[in-house]
Design a protein around this ligand. Structure first.
Ligand code: NDP
Length: 492
């Protein structure tokens, strides 16, 4: 489809968005060169009522919720298979929507396919609980779906974020409405198409490309939405969580981070340098788990920073389709201005910009929203740039004295999403890992993610856990069922 024709979306068997709806569109811009990646018909809050009603109809009347879990697994496997079969084209679409290097996009599609396969396997093996009798009855705890679940996703990991929510929500028997980020609307539409083609009944999975304050807000407030799963910024998460609280519906919130990345003096030096770089500069720092606060033990601080700066200067920033490129652009002009604003703030706060701190000068990159990988030191952990999520390729380096000092500084943040450390002393790694306020802790590695391992945040980084069996539980509510086995009539 050419980028100027309007790509429609689908609600319950009918396509929405044609020439007559032209004012309601979203234009997705390719962050690498500023060209139009796609023009998408935009859902509005008026579409939400209809989408919710059709989702309930599908939930109640189509064969899904009442299928045995192993029967649902067949469709989930097929969705995973089709995602893998379309790996190259989906990754390419994601690359032009998000600006991520192609190799990262391929990994995201693989991860999305893996989520569907994993939750298919969970369906095959999932067991409800039988509770031991404590009277003349037999009792069990059943996992039941909520009905219609709204999933709202950000722009930084399209298709992976959507699959991380849709796969377990569907596996649990729910109908799903996805509102992708307005910056990257295309992959959610692709996922909805693939689900349908794989045999998921119409209405069980609908993508609504629209604005957060319009479609997103309408979904969150809609009385027919019985559970909300949100990934995005902490402020938005707080707003959504407050509404869910008022409505007394469950909510899963995967929010921002300002993760400490710690290097002890006994670390494997070169591995630690490489790990720190991949922790912050992967995805151009647009990662919720980016290791954006670097703590290096004082005894090796100067040597470590020197090596880190040299290697960072040599990073290849470039167009996402170049296979050798290590860092692509930021998502938008506005986001690059935000990141640059934080670097200016760091300078005003007294920080030293050791490398980066500006867009690239390469003439081939001038139409895109690139920003050079940046390392700043000379600030304390209290500086605003150490406390606020920048969500870009900006690393703040701080020396520390000892274990107690780095635990105190590492935890001195409102966030608690992730943390990492490099040390050859596993007893210390264990001690420090237990003390850090973080939903994930990486030891001698960073930013690894396993479909079966739960993911989520402490403190202002969120509520609930995605992935693994916890991911399925998030989208289920427990119903206890008792079967009387009385020998005699019940007495009072
Ligand atoms: P936002 O919070 O701005 O937006 C996330 C999603 O929410 C978008 O789809 C957005 O729509 C929508 N939205 C915005 N306002 C509302 C509202 N009032 N009601 C309902 N929906 C709304 O985050 P970004 O898209 O900018 O993503 C970056 C943030 O996401 C970072 O803070 C990052 O840390 C976090 N994140 C967390 C992850 C985790 O797993 N913990 C993973 C990835 C990112 P629209 O696009 O139209 O504004």
């Amino acid at each position: 489809m050419d980028a100027s024709s309007i790509r429609p979306f689908r609600i319950g068997g009918t396509w929405r968005g044609n020439a007559s709806d032209a004012p309601h569109t979203i234009v997705s811009i390719n962050p690498a060169d500023g060209s139009i990646a796609a023009t998408i018909a935009r859902a509005t809050s008026n579409d939400v009522d209809e989408a919710v009603a059709l989702a309930w109809d599908a939930f109640r009347n189509k064969p899904w919720r009442k299928l045995r879990p192993d029967q649902r697994a067949t469709t989930l496997y097929e969705i995973g298979r089709r995602l893998s079969a379309e790996r190259e084209s989906l990754a390419h679409l994601q690359m032009i929507d998000s600006g991520k290097p192609l190799k990262e996009c391929l990994n995201m599609v693989d991860s999305a396919a893996g989520h569907f396969r994993y939750y298919a396997a969970v369906c095959e093996t999932w067991q409800n609980e039988v509770t031991s009798p404590r009277g003349e009855y037999f009792s069990m705890a059943l996992a039941e779906p909520f009905g219609v679940v709204a999933c709202i996703t950000p722009w930084n990991s399209p298709i992976m974020n959507e699959a991380q929510k849709a796969a377990p929500a569907l596996a649990a028997g729910n109908a799903v409405l996805i509102k992708p980020s307005e910056e990257t609307p295309q992959l959610a539409l692709e996922l909805a198409r693939i689900c349908l083609e794989a045999g998921l009944p119409e209405g069980l999975m609908t993508a609504l490309p629209g604005y957060g304050e319009d479609v997103g807000a309408a979904l969150v407030k809609h009385p027919g939405v019985r559970m909300i799963s949100f990934t995005g910024g902490t402020d938005t998460g707080r707003t959504i969580g407050a509404i869910a609280g008022q409505r007394l519906i469950p909510v899963g919130l995967e929010l921002g981070g300002k993760s400490p990345h710690i290097v002890f003096e006994d670390a494997d030096f070169d591995r630690a340098v490489a790990g720190v770089m991949s922790g912050i500069f992967g995805s151009a720092g647009q990662s919720c788990v980016a290791g954006s606060r670097l703590f290096v033990q004082k005894s090796i601080y100067a040597r470590f920073i020197k090596s880190l700066v040299e290697k960072t200067r040599a990073l290849r920033v470039g167009l996402p389709d170049d296979p050798d490129v290590q860092m692509g652009p930021l998502i938008s002009k506005a986001h690059r201005e935000r990141v640059a604003g934080y670097v200016d703030l760091a300078r005003q706060e007294g920080g030293n910009v050791l490398v980066g701190g500006a867009p690239p000068t390469d003439p081939r990159l001038q139409n895109g929203w690139f920003y050079m990988p940046t390392i700043i030191d000379g600030l304390s952990n209290n500086a605003r740039v150490c406390q606020e999520e920048i969500f870009g390729p900006v690393l703040i380096a701080i020396p520390f004295e000892d274990e107690a000092d780095v635990i105190a500084q590492g935890n001195d943040t409102v966030f608690g999403l992730a943390a990492g450390m490099w040390t050859s002393d596993y007893a210390r790694a264990w001690r420090v890992a237990r003390e850090l306020d973080a939903g994930s802790v990486w030891i001698n590695t960073y930013k690894q993610s396993h479909i079966a391992t739960p993911f989520g945040g402490f403190k202002d980084s969120g509520i609930g856990r995605e992935k693994g069996l916890h991911g399925l539980r998030l989208y289920s509510q427990i119903k206890s069922v008792y079967f009387g086995m009385h020998e005699k009539p019940m007495g009072l």
